[in-house]
Design a protein around this ligand. Structure first.
Ligand code: NAP
Length: 244
């Protein structure tokens, strides 16, 4: 195994990132996982015969050290990110906004910039960015997150044109509700409030999303899945769900 080259997954210490790392390892990639919580990464890397490296995508020095240590790579999954708080624009918390823009937008920019040369050199590079339905819709009290996800998506889609003619593919995966630590982080550890987000419906799992990422990166080199929007059956839009 490990014959498909190296895949880097950011934000792999939980949720979609951890599941993606497992699925890519199973598909035959050597996987390098990054996030701030090294203890979790080390456990994951041991299970998938991968490499764990600490990474804070908001810190340029951390990104440089990570990329240097990771070496040549063929696939980058920009997954690190998430939401902080749920508040109207009128009372927006600027630290929350800064945090969301730093991870989702500038984190994706830093990682992609740093790895593009290696991805092109690989002869069949692939950048997968996990945006969200929040990259295409807005909802009340969500502007900090939706604006960051819109910007992350715009950055990703711009690369598709800028790298046209180079051997790199670009896939955006935009999920709706996925049950991970996402809502726990958004609501600052309030488990009851976080659980309420998924009450009365069956959300996507991290594995559901990871399977789709693994499918996209294992297509033949001439096939580019540009954009994949995936939602639970019970979700029609970012703000409209059916609860039993
Ligand atoms: P999660 O379980 O909270 O995972 C988020 C991951 O991002 C963690 O591994 C976290 O690791 C990492 N991370 C956060 N800040 C980071 C930083 N500064 N540097 C490096 N890693 C960082 O949530 P998730 O649902 O899997 O989220 C993954 C992605 O999917 C996010 O981009 C999110 O916006 C997107 N998404 C989620 C949903 C959903 O409903 N869950 C829907 C659509 C899109 P550390 O804390 O250890 O650094």
């Amino acid at each position: 195994m490990n014959n498909l080259g190296t895949a880097i997954v950011t934000g792999a210490s939980s949720g979609i990132g951890a599941a993606t790392a497992r699925h890519l390892a199973k598909a035959g990639f050597r996987v390098v996982v990054g996030a701030r919580r090294l203890d979790r990464l080390t456990e994951l890397a041991a299970a998938i015969d991968g490499v764990a490296l600490q990474l804070d995508v908001t810190d340029p020095a951390s990104v440089s050290a990570f990329v240097e240590a990771a070496g040549p790579c063929r696939v980058l999954v920009n997954n690190a990110g998430g939401a902080l708080g749920l508040a109207p624009v009128a009372s927006a918390d600027e630290d929350h906004w800064r945090g969301m823009w730093e991870t989702n937008v500038l984190g994706t920019l830093r990682m992609t910039k740093a790895l593009l040369p290696a991805l092109v050199d690989s002869g069949d590079g692939h950048v997968v960015t996990i945006t969200s339905v929040a990259a295409y819709e807005v909802y009340d009290n969500g502007a900090g997150y939706t604006s960051a996800k819109h910007a992350q998506s715009a950055l990703h889609r711009t690369l598709r044109g800028e790298l046209l003619g180079e051997p790199v593919r670009f896939t955006e995966v935009a999920p709706g509700l996925v049950e991970t630590e996402f809502s726990l982080v958004r609501f600052d550890g309030d488990a009851e409030r976080a659980a309420g987000v998924y009450d009365g419906l069956t959300p996507l799992t991290a594995d559901d999303v990871a399977e789709v990422v693994a499918f996209a990166v294992t297509r033949p080199p001439h096939v580019n899945l540009d954009q994949i929007v995936m939602k639970p059956r019970a979700q029609a839009s970012a703000s409209r769900v059916h609860r039993e």
